[in-house]
Design a binder for this molecule. Structure first.
Ligand code: BG6
Length: 484
């Protein structure tokens, strides 16, 4: 398959927090790949801005090292790397004071796209937005990109939205949820709305239930102080899992266009029902051998924060009434594996004598690893012995199906940054969506805080606490196996 890279307009991208972890691990290595592919034009520039006192040379060296550490195979292209590094600049900046803003203003070019990536603590968003304005650096066409966490509850998210709205229009604000930039997540929409096969079955007449699992093997060591104030609900469910659920459950948008898609997602969030306490299971990973427990990683011996959560959700609308959506996500689980599974209903009747097995069609959308989609179908077991049925997957692993070009798929951050430059907000969260998501999660969190709920311990390398299995067993269902 031939890859078709369309260059985006020439830009000046300022990364506030340009020396930080995200910039070095993801943003710059990603931009380097886009540069090599020709999508980032040779005239575009990236300007790191942070507190450290450094010049262009120091920053270039820092990013060279970051790409050596976090980049992929493409880093061996030394000519390309030199050309990319040349596109970098650095301005020391005082986010809450006056230092550096004049220098930044002088550096910016007219007639190119101006984008500002706020890769800093949300408490600085207001100060940055205000100064960009005061110094005339941002204009009506500029874009700002903001990272999660976007608030920690409805009140703080609202306050952030209001702060940004004082300086930027909604059409200029790009709230990143990197799950929306994952290739398979977009494929989910292509599969749903680009095929005649699935949409007629995509409702409570044919779907038994839906499972969304995002399992990780990493613990929270190294970022315990952030995570302990957050937990799996705020860190993963309120944003990433909620976005996946929306894309699965939303009505077909009238067009594949930002507000049409976001309007439909918003309706799903608003139709989510409150969840009874016994439909939520919170867990915390235990110690094992030399591996520290969650509490040790979080450096909080009395922590009640969850590193795992499983829940049964309901969407009260015509399409989904009666179809449970089971969500689970956790750290230190048995494999890194993210999957959405649409489990269709049993056949009402079988014509095959003696066939007692429960055959089901399952559409599984694998986000990572081995991105792909498979559809479990029932066929005859080959060979003699009568009509014995067996379930087999119709497997479409993208790397196989798309050949070598599959490897050149941009990662989530690369894709999303290019969308910012193109001015396409389809894969970004709108302010009202984020607020609606918090409106749904806030009472759940308040509920377990009021009950002083203690998370159940689970063994690292497992599928989470026993109670999470029970959550489905009680309904006569079971989780799909977590496998890499
Ligand atoms: C981040 C969370 O948003 O997503 C992390 O803060 C989590 O806790 C990460 O590990 C998972 O992202 P991915 O792309 O590795 O699945």
């Amino acid at each position: 398959m031939v890859s078709r890279v369309i260059p985006v307009d020439t830009f000046d991208l300022v990364i506030f927090g340009g020396t930080g972890d995200l910039a070095r691990r993801k943003i710059l290595p990603g931009l380097f790949r886009r540069f090599l592919s020709g999508q980032m034009t040779a005239e575009s520039r990236i300007i790191g801005a942070a507190r450290s006192d450094m010049d262009d040379g120091g920053y270039r060296q820092m990013i060279r090292e970051a790409i050596a550490e976090f980049g992929g195979a493409e880093k061996s292209d030394t000519t390309g790397l030199d050309a990319f590094i040349d596109r970098l600049h650095y301005v020391p900046i005082d986010a809450t004071g006056d230092g550096g803003w004049k220098a930044l203003s002088d550096l910016m070019r007219a007639d190119v796209v101006r984008a500002f990536y706020f890769s800093v603590a949300p408490s600085l968003f207001g100060a940055l937005a205000e100064r960009l304005h005061l110094h005339g650096i941002a204009d009506a066409h500029s874009r700002i990109v903001v990272e999660k966490p976007f608030g920690r509850d409805l009140a703080s998210a609202r306050a952030l939205n209001e702060t940004l709205a004082a300086y930027f229009k909604e059409g200029q604000i790009y709230r990143i949820d990197h799950y929306l930039g994952k290739e398979t997540v977009q494929n989910l929409m292509a599969v749903r709305f680009g095929n005649v096969l699935f949409e007629p079955l995509w409702n409570n007449h044919y779907v038994d239930h839906i499972q969304i699992t995002v399992a990780e093997t990493v613990g929270v060591g190294g970022r315990g102080s952030y995570y302990d104030k957050s937990g799996a609900m705020r860190d993963m469910v309120q944003n990433h899992l909620m976005q996946l659920l929306c894309l699965i459950a939303m009505e077909p948008p009238s067009r594949f266009e930002a507000d049409a898609v976001r309007d439909e997602k918003l309706k799903v969030i608003r139709a989510l029902q409150p969840i009874a306490a016994h439909h939520i299971v919170r867990g915390q990973y235990d110690a094992e051998g030399d591996d520290p427990s969650y509490r040790a990683d979080a450096e909080n011996p009395r922590s009640f924060t969850e590193s795992f959560i499983a829940m049964k959700c309901e969407i009260a609308n015509w399409r989904w009434a009666g179809v449970p959506f089971y969500l689970r996500t956790g750290k230190k689980m048995k494999a890194r594996s993210s999957e959405i599974a649409v489990v269709f209903q049993d056949l009402g009747h079988t014509i095959f004598e003696g066939d007692v097995a429960r055959h089901r069609n399952i559409l599984s959308i694998r986000l990572q690893p081995n991105e792909g989609i498979d559809l479990q179908v029932t066929i005859k077991e080959p060979g003699p012995g009568g009509m014995r049925l067996v379930d087999v997957p119709l497997d479409l692993t993208f790397a196989d199906a798309l050949g070598e070009d599959g490897e050149d798929v941009p990662d989530a951050y690369e894709r999303l940054i290019m969308d910012v430059i193109r001015g396409n907000q389809t894969l970004f969260m709108r302010g009202d969506e984020v607020e609606a998501a918090w409106s749904w999660t806030d009472p759940l969190i308040e509920g377990w805080e009021a009950r002083s709920d203690v998370p159940k311990l689970y063994e690292p390398g497992s599928s989470g606490p026993e109670d999470a299995l029970m959550l489905m067993h009680r309904d006569g269902r079971r989780w799909r196996e977590i496998k890499a």
